[in-house]
Design a protein around this ligand. Structure first.
Ligand code: SAM
Length: 220
């Protein structure tokens, strides 16, 4: 019998945000493929999960995929997790998942947190239709070009951003879209969780006066 591939969502900050089923699957599989073994070890230690970890991150995604497919062929079950949230959502997963589909392996997703859904659910913006844009480019010209292209988008748009680029990104939004009302969610589920629902200029002002730290979801 070939093995099964489980795509397992893990917490985006608060270790308590994991399902009972996710914990059981992580205990039962032969291997857990994860981005950063040190990070996943923290989760495993919290729940007494002793399953061996295999590192699987964006730079070794193609080569490690073959190793993992080999284990599945040998009948070993594998769980794929990422550092936070749902694998494949701005995280590694795509390559392995497609290889598993191509080879006809059984696969199951174990649902759980995703930063974009967490932020959308409390944003107050329309959620009946939305688009997920993920990270904009780290190159200013490409970032601005994409924001220009999105000018006519009627649906709610969700972006991911890091603390290093948040002020630049918000400034681009201000210059291209004007002083629109946006939502900026920082460090959700963590100790310093913060959400701003206000004009983009106000949020730029906040983070010009206080160095932005942590992880951000921006909704426009
Ligand atoms: N796979 C993850 C998911 O399901 O949301 C996303 C991984 S992506 C590499 C990391 C980005 O997600 C961060 O830069 C930030 O934009 C967003 N993010 C993750 N956790 C977050 C949190 N607790 N609060 C706000 N944004 C978060």
């Amino acid at each position: 019998m070939p093995g099964k591939l489980y795509i397992v969502a893990t917490p985006i900050g608060n270790l308590e945000d994991i399902t009972i089923r996710a914990i059981r699957i992580l205990k039962e599989v032969s291997f857990i493929a994860c981005e950063d073994t040190r990070r996943t070890k923290i989760l495993c230690n919290a729940y007494g999960i002793e399953t061996p970890l295999i590192s699987y991150y964006s730079y070794n995604e193609h080569t490690k995929k073959d190793v993992l497919i080999n284990y599945l062929e040998q009948g070993k079950d594998i769980a794929l997790v990422s550092d936070a949230g749902t694998p494949g959502i701005s995280d590694p997963g795509y390559v392995l998942i497609n290889a598993a589909i191509e080879k006809g392996f059984d696969m199951e997703a174990i649902p759980g947190p995703t930063a974009l859904i967490n932020a959308l659910s409390i944003s107050g913006k329309p959620t009946n239709k939305f688009v997920y844009e993920g990270f904009l480019s780290n190159k200013s010209s490409q970032r601005r070009k994409r924001l220009e292209q999105l000018k006519d988008e009627q649906r709610t748009i969700v972006f991911y951003e890091s603390c290093h680029r948040i002020v630049k990104m918000l400034t681009d939004i201000f210059e291209i879209r004007g002083d629109i009302e946006i939502v900026c969610a920082r460090e959700m589920t963590k100790k310093f969780e913060e959400i701003h629902r206000t004009k983009v200029s106000n949020i730029i002002e906040v983070y010009k006066n206080k160095k932005p730290k942590g992880e951000f979801v921006v909704i426009i």
